[in-house]
Structures are given as structure tokens and as C-alpha cells.
Design a protein around this ligand. Structure first.
Ligand code: GDD
Ligand code: MN
Length: 386
């Protein structure tokens, strides 16, 4: 009797969802500083989902506002609710993937925690996958009946532009049917089987997990879009910032050239190209002052370019392993060391090729490529080691 009293809320819930009713739907909810939104979201989901047997899997990136603890508190009396707490901020797309991997449900849905996605559409997204036989059902802002509410003109234009880019990337090959209107949506349901098929090809970078899924499909997916109106956020703040926009470009890069080259190598190469421009600018300015000999000016330019490359790689290419504090200093010194060895390899290989072929530009390019590959490989294990 004491046991029954202590566990009354849990037992009451068990009666609602009998043991023999199999789980039908997992609702994956990525969170970052959403403590003020989760309770009301769960209430809204309960009301919307009716007698579907579902569970909520929150994936929280260690929110400083204590979101994970708020969810755990609810989870003590509501066995539908679980939270996967990750340490540090790792990003929306990878949060969704990990949440989907953590459930036994046959249909996997994603919804934002901030009430911007209209949860009353969720039963129809679920039904379209479960009963309708679609691989993916997308809550869409950009088809008849959908909309974005009141957005500032800038966000509107940005979203349109990003959508057009995504549609170009997807082409018609990835979908069995018409071009998707809202590939940037973060609100959708997918069958476990389709998710399993795309999983090996996912980039899991940035915000756009649906686009990632569609572009990763090994066969054309059967996608249906259902309209909804994107609401305004009333509690908490959006996490969309410049880094998220940058990560979107990363996703596009990985989806187009990722089969040929690792994303990190591509970023490292872009930074290297910018570093060359810095090198030439510093060299030109130093010589222009007329105060330095060529060798001194060149040494200055090399130092500036190495420091520039280190900084950019630390902020972008290796932002997941970013060095701070004292390790920033030791990291910079190790990067200088790596680059000096790379320069020696560059000169050595260039000379070898020149001796054999006597084609100056071929020797130059060969030396530069070997030097760059060395810099990339060595700095990844020395400067930005895990
Ligand atoms: N775990 C985790 N990690 N969650 C995150 C992160 C993160 O780094 N960044 C954001 N989130 C969570 C937020 O807490 C929220 O629940 C959801 O992801 C969406 O983040 P917002 O910051 O509210 O993004 P938004 O409103 O600009 O854009 C969203 O809506 C669009 C329209 O459907 C995103 O979901 C877009 O992907 C989506 O297209
Ligand atoms: Mn939002």
C-alpha cells in the first residue's frame, strides 16, 4: 500500500499506457536553453497525440539554464519522458540523430521545443508515415496553406535564399515525386527503416537535419509535405547565428564534395588559400615601406600567414576541438613547428620534381601540395589532437 502511494503518479500513467500497447512514435526534441518551454510543450503534445503510444526524447546540449534538470524532474513522474544530456554544445543535427538512435519506436518525429512548430499537425505527420506508407512526412511552411507568420524581411530573404540553394543541391534525383517546397524545415517524421538507410551517409553538421537526410538517401525517398504556419517564439531565444549560417555552407560542401575529400581538409585548404593572400599582402606592404630587405619582409609574411591560418583553423576548421587559454599558446607554437617542417618538405619535393622534369610550375605545385597535406595531417594529430 505504501508502495502504491509513493508511486501513484507512475502507476496512474501505466494505466493510461498498458504494458501490451507497443510504442508507436518517438518525438525527438533538441534543446538548448529551453527550460521555460518544455513543460508546456509536453502538455501540448499530450493533447495533440491523443491515443497514439509515444515517448518524448529530449536531447539537451548541456544548457546552462538547467533544461536537462527540468526535464528529469518531469520524467520522475512521467515515464514517457527522457533526456539525453550531452556535454558541451554539439549542434542541432547531431542531437536529432542521437535521439533517433535512442528509441525503439517505428516512426521518428522531430519538433522544436520553442512552440514554433504547430504540434496539432503531428498526428498527421505520424499517420502519413505509418499508415500512408511515406518514408518522410514534412511539416512545410512553403506550400499552399503554410506560412511563416510575421518575420522580418531579412530573415525572410535569408530563408528563401537558403531554400533555393538546398533545392538546387537536391535536384530531382533524391525524391520520388515533385521538388520539396521546404527542405529547410526542422519539423518532420521519418520511418525507422528510411532513417537506417540514410544513417551511414549523414553529415550531422549544423541545423539542417532534414536536408541532410534527403541528400543522404541512397534511393529516392517518398516524401509528402503537409502545411503548417510557423509560430513566433515567445519564450527563450533563437540559436540561429552566424556560426549556424557557416555550418549550413559546410553541410552543402560536404553533401556536394564530401565523397571526394574530408570536410575538414576542404576547410583547411580554404583557410590556406586565404593565408596565401595574407602572405602576399604583408610582403607587399613590408617591401613598400622600403625599410626591410626581401628576406626580412618574407619572414614577416610567413609569420603573419602562419598566425592567421592557426587562428582561422582554430575558430572554424577545428571549432569542436578549439584551443583556449594556455593551450592556445602551446598550440600556436606547435603549429609553427608543423608548418616549418611542411615548408622544408615543400622545398625538398619541389627541388626533386624540378631535377626530374624541369617544369618549374609543376615542381612548384607538387611542393605546395605535399607541404599542405603534411600541414593538415600533422596539425590534426599534434596541434588539434583529441
Ligand atoms: N541539442 C541542441 N543543440 N539543440 C539545439 C541547438 C544545439 O546546438 N541549437 C538549437 N537547438 C534547439 C532549440 O533549443 C530549439 O528547440 C530547436 O533546436 C530550434 O532552435 P531555434 O534556435 O529555435 O532555431 P530557429 O527557430 O531559428 O529554426 C528552427 O526552425 C526552423 C523551421 O522549422 C530550426 O529547427 C530549423 O532547423 C527549422 O528549419
Ligand atoms: Mn525556434
Amino acid at each position: 500500500e505504501t508502495y502504491a502511494m509513493l508511486h501513484a503518479p507512475i502507476l496512474a500513467h501505466r494505466r493510461l499506457v498498458p504494458d501490451d500497447a507497443p510504442l508507436e512514435l518517438a518525438v525527438v526534441i533538441p534543446t538548448r536553453n529551453e527550460a521555460g518551454n518544455v513543460a508546456a510543450l509536453l502538455t501540448a503534445l499530450e493533447a495533440a497525440l491523443g491515443d497514439i503510444v509515444w515517448e518524448a526524447i529530449f536531447v539537451d546540449d548541456d544548457s546552462p539554464d538547467g533544461t536537462a534538470d527540468v526535464i528529469r524532474e518531469i520524467g520522475r513522474t512521467n515515464i514517457r519522458v527522457r533526456v539525453l544530456q550531452r556535454i558541451g554544445r554539439k549542434g542541432l543535427a547531431s542531437a536529432v540523430v542521437e535521439g533517433m538512435l535512442a528509441t525503439a519506436a517505428p516512426v521518428l518525429a522531430v519538433i522544436d521545443a520553442d512552440h514554433q512548430h504547430d504540434e496539432t499537425l503531428l498526428p498527421r505527420l505520424y499517420a502519413a508515415v505509418r499508415m500512408g506508407g511515406h518514408d518522410v512526412a514534412v511539416g512545410s511552411r512553403y506550400i499552399e496553406g503554410g506560412g511563416v507568420g510575421q518575420w522580418e524581411a531579412r530573415r525572410h530573404a535569408g530563408s528563401r535564399w537558403a531554400t533555393a540553394l538546398a533545392q538546387r543541391l537536391l535536384g530531382r534525383s533524391k525524391m520520388d515525386g515533385p521538388m520539396i517546397g521546404d527542405p529547410m524545415s526542422g519539423y518532420f517524421a521519418i520511418s525507422r527503416d528510411a532513417f537506417r538507410e540514410v544513417l551511414p551517409n549523414l553529415s550531422s553538421v549544423g541545423f539542417k537535419i532534414l536536408l541532410d537526410i534527403l541528400a543522404s538517401a541512397p534511393r529516392p525517398l517518398n516524401v509528402v509535405e503537409l502545411p503548417y504556419v510557423f509560430r513566433n517564439r515567445t519564450v527563450g531565444e533563437s540559436k540561429l547565428d552566424l556560426m549556424v549560417a557557416f555550418e549550413y555552407l559546410e553541410l552543402l560542401l560536404d553533401k556536394t564534395l564530401g565523397r571526394l575529400l574530408p570536410l575538414r581538409l576542404m576547410l583547411f585548404a580554404v583557410v590556406g588559400g586565404l593565408g596565401l593572400a595574407v602572405h602576399l599582402a604583408v610582403l607587399g606592404i613590408a617591401l613598400g615601406t622600403g625599410l626591410t630587405a626581401f628576406a626580412t619582409a618574407q619572414a614577416l609574411a610567413v609569420g603573419a600567414a602562419m598566425t592567421f591560418n592557426f587562428t582561422l583553423n582554430n575558430v572554424f576548421t577545428y571549432r569542436d576541438r578549439r584551443l583556449r587559454g594556455l593551450r592556445l599558446v602551446t598550440g600556436l607554437l606547435s603549429f609553427y613547428g608543423v608548418c616549418l617542417v611542411g615548408a622544408a618538405a615543400n622545398v625538398g619535393v619541389g627541388a626533386l620534381v624540378y631535377d626530374a622534369q624541369h617544369v618549374w610550375w609543376l615542381a612548384g605545385v607538387a611542393g605546395a601540395v605535399i607541404g599542405a597535406v603534411w600541414n593538415f595531417a600533422a596539425s590534426s594529430v599534434v596541434t588539434w589532437r583529441r
